[in-house]
Design a protein. Sequence first.
Lengths: 213, 177
Amino acid sequence: MQTEELIRKLSSDLQPVPPRAIERRLGGAVTVGVLVTLALVIAGLGLRPDLAVAITGGMFWLKLGYTASIGLGALGLTAQLARPETSRIAPLKWLLIPIALLTAVALAQLLEMPPAGWGHLWMGRSWKLCPILIFGLAIPIYLGLIVAFRRFAPSRLAATGAVAGLASGGLAAAIYCLHCPEASALFVLTWYTLGMALAALAGALAGTRLLRW
Amino acid sequence: MRESEDELRALMIAGLAGDARAHQTLLAALARLLQSFFQRRHRDAADVEDLVQDTLIAIHTRRSTYDPARPVTAWIYAIARYKLIDHLRRRRLDTSIEGLEEILAVEGFEAATSARMDVDRMLDTLPAKQAAAIRDTRLDGLSVAEAAEQRGISQSDVKISVHRGLKALAARLKGRR
């Protein structure tokens, strides 16, 4: 019988599976993707010239904290969705925490500034480029995640694609902070978030095809 | 001669550690389990055989996604369910106009899926145990024995939960009118 032969083939040369295999595989893939994106930022866009000064100020760390927390939070959800029996997505309420914190800072900055300067706080100098660059920089990380998922068993493909996209967008945005000199919380809240949301949307659309197994 | 959740889980964990014989025993037991799982949901015998083999391969290649702290049958049925849905979807894309009845049958499947969302909402109002028992036996088509294994409770427990849950739902529906 064919099935019996198949079983015999599958059982021969059986490799042990190390504990926390999902986390290891996902971690390896993300590391490669992050290094590629980091190289693109350093070689392609260049580090912001005032980086040495910027890291002594709070705004740099606020931007990094906002984007990295979204990226890492979404990465944790992605790991859960690698298992087939995860049928419901854990609530995305935690996303509100970084958004609420950044909104508070954005309001404080607005109140300090006369209304004539509000337009600049919102648009900065690079609002047109920022979401597109974050989206583009997310692609290597997203592809790394897709490769890792070739051995996983997601049953909610669109949802998995969306959180993988959000994770890629968040991590890409965190790396983009090394280049982007914008210092307004409202700017980050609008344009960084837009870039991450685009990555999540595209991730969901691509995921329904790329994640099939 | 149906293996219990505990036995299957022990085999699975041994297989993950690299025990080829345990893995082979597991796959053979699962082949029987999957055979009856797909047979009850799909008429075409050749398709059932394909689905069984496809699912066994998926279970083997994706075994790292099993979390030893969770029930192994839930993991296996989740993979089997995914393979069945994927099969039906693929079938619909490939079917030409001649297979109209089949397309209609699959359309019925879609309608059933959206109706199921309403059912899910109703079940959410019940205690988790009753909702799970109804979901397993009345929606997912598991037998009482399979449901009991999957949840690690006794068969009479499943029956009582289903009975009480349905009764509560019926009372609620009457009250709404």
